[in-house]
Design a protein around this ligand. Structure first.
Ligand code: CA2
Length: 145
């Protein structure tokens, strides 16, 4: 069984800017931690980041072909804007967890609507890099227990 972790725009900047909001850990560090957690549970794992909406749509469509069992997604700013990514994840029918480093509900009003939350199996937000680790643990429970 395999898990795909998808990251939206600007998350490649993690650890280099705005550490007070998003933390000091880089995306590369988060990637290696997630892959370790999932591989230790005998799950295959892939980690993907793009600043381009269509590349995320393509990756989600490919997930069905590749028989991905579960998706963890931080859509970043696309959380609040992307009907295209929402439609892709609805179309493939792969269960997913929506994650965020920050708690969007404690921030600006425009962050308080997500195009993903009503489709997600669960949402983890506000725990910084731990949001990723918690989502990995939740997926392990879903897939292996
Ligand atoms: O808290 C999250 O994980 C967000 O998905 C992050 C998005 C934001 O638009 C969402 O409302 C909540 C922004 C990601 C930007 O990442 C940066 C990382 C370092 C420096 C600047 C931006």
């Amino acid at each position: 069984m395999s898990v795909l972790i998808i990251n939206g725009p600007n998350l490649n900047l993690l650890g280099t800017r705005e550490p007070e909001i998003y933390g000091a850990t880089t995306l590369a560090e988060i990637k290696s931690k997630c892959l370790k957690i999932l591989q230790n549970a005998n799950l295959k794992a892939d980690f993907f980041q793009s600043n381009a909406e269509h590349e995320i749509v393509d990756q989600i469509q490919a997930a069905r072909t590749n028989q991905v069992s579960y998706i963890i997604i931080n859509p970043a700013a696309f959380t609040h804007t992307s009907v295209a990514i929402r439609d892709a994840i609805a179309a493939v029918g792969i269960p997913f967890i929506e994650i965020h480093l920050s708690n969007p509900h404690s921030r600006e009003p425009f962050r308080q609507h997500s195009y993903f939350s009503d489709l997600a199996e669960g949402i983890i937000a506000g725990f910084g890099e731990e949001s990723y680790a918690m989502a990995c643990e939740a997926v392990i429970k879903k897939l292996t227990h």
